[in-house]
Design a protein around this ligand. Structure first.
Ligand code: SF4
Length: 311
């Protein structure tokens, strides 16, 4: 397992977010074309007890004591958090000792399971993903585990929306020429317009994806997609967070990445290990450094993956 707690990190939608990672690296039911963490190495739908609530709580208490301004405790991380079957107990224990809101970022693929929905019931916010409603596009964008069909995922999301008492933000990750056609967006709109969701958040591939063929939409394209939704729905483009001015932006981590890349091209997984930080934290800094044009990506000639180099 990676470190269970990472950050706090500046998050575009959750403010200052303390990440909680409760599944081993790339344990997921999907292998999304845009995944910032790279290829899924343990593709599964089987829920397991990867890490017990008590070790999580010790680590969490220690970090919260050192950081007084956390806006959200966010279960996400190295894969799909609902694959940890203790997530319900963990949320319950966290709520017993802090009033900081608890959010769960989930791919939504297990919500058809009553126990999973029950486990999430104490969270303040659930952010399920929904990138497609057509089977063919679902297979292309999310590359789910064999046998998992979109109909089952849609039933799970509907069931969550009926009973869950907290907030639900539905995230749609748009990938150019895969799930951004007018036809698919209209189908998604028809599905969501009768659901009780608080917001729909349109996102695109702004962090370095595992598959270099996953391309982002530009701002104009995102605005066009937004206009296709029913005006009664609250749809937003995930706004840019002022990360460099954020209280938790670590200039020394930024510098550490630059120094490492000056010495040699490096992949993000190796960077995370070398610098002793969670891969999710690294990708946020890589995104910022790419936007500032300090670093850039380079595809290895032997196709072994994407390396980062100083621009
Ligand atoms: S993006 Fe999320 S759901 Fe998709 S493969 Fe990566 S961890 Fe799994």
């Amino acid at each position: 397992m990676n470190k269970m707690i990472y950050g706090p990190v500046p998050s575009r939608r959750l403010g200052i977010s303390l990440g909680v990672d409760i599944v081993p690296y790339k344990t997921c039911s999907y292998d999304c074309v845009y995944c910032q963490l790279g290829k899924t190495t343990n593709q599964t739908l089987k829920r397991e007890s990867y890490v017990g609530p008590s070790s999580l709580l010790d680590e969490l208490k220690e970090t919260i004591d050192l950081n007084s301004d956390i806006d959200s405790i966010t279960f996400s991380g190295s894969g799909e958090p609902t694959l940890n079957k203790d997530i319900g107990q963990m949320i319950e224990k966290v709520k017993e000792f802090t009033q900081i809101p608890v959010a769960v970022l989930s791919n939504g693929s297990l919500l058809w399971d009553d126990k999973v929905r029950e486990d999430l019931s104490l969270a303040d916010l659930v952010v399920p993903s929904l990138d497609a409603v057509s089977e063919e596009i679902f297979q292309r964008v999310n590359r789910p585990i064999k046998g998992l069909e979109i109909g089952k995922v849609l039933d799970g999301i509907k069931a969550l929306c009926k009973r869950f008492k907290g907030k639900i933000y539905l995230e749609i990750m748009l990938v150019k020429n895969i799930n951004d056609s007018e036809e698919e967006i209209e189908k998604i709109n028809r599905f969501v317009k009768n659901l009780r969701v608080d917001k729909i958040q349109l996102n695109t591939v702004i962090r370095p994806p595992g598959d270099p063929n996953a391309k982002p939409l530009n701002k104009e394209e995102l605005i066009k997609v937004k206009a296709l939704f029913d005006p009664k729905l609250k749809v937003e483009l995930i706004p840019d967070f002022k990360r460099e001015t954020s209280r938790v932006y670590q200039k020394d981590l930024e510098q550490g990445i630059i120094e490492l890349l000056k010495r040699r091209p490096t992949q993000k997984e190796e960077m995370a290990i070398s610098l002793g930080v969670h891969p999710n934290e690294i990708v946020k800094y890589l995104q910022i450094l790419e936007e500032k044009k300090i670093i850039r990506r380079s595809q290895a000639k032997d196709k072994s993956g994407v390396y980062f180099i100083v621009a």
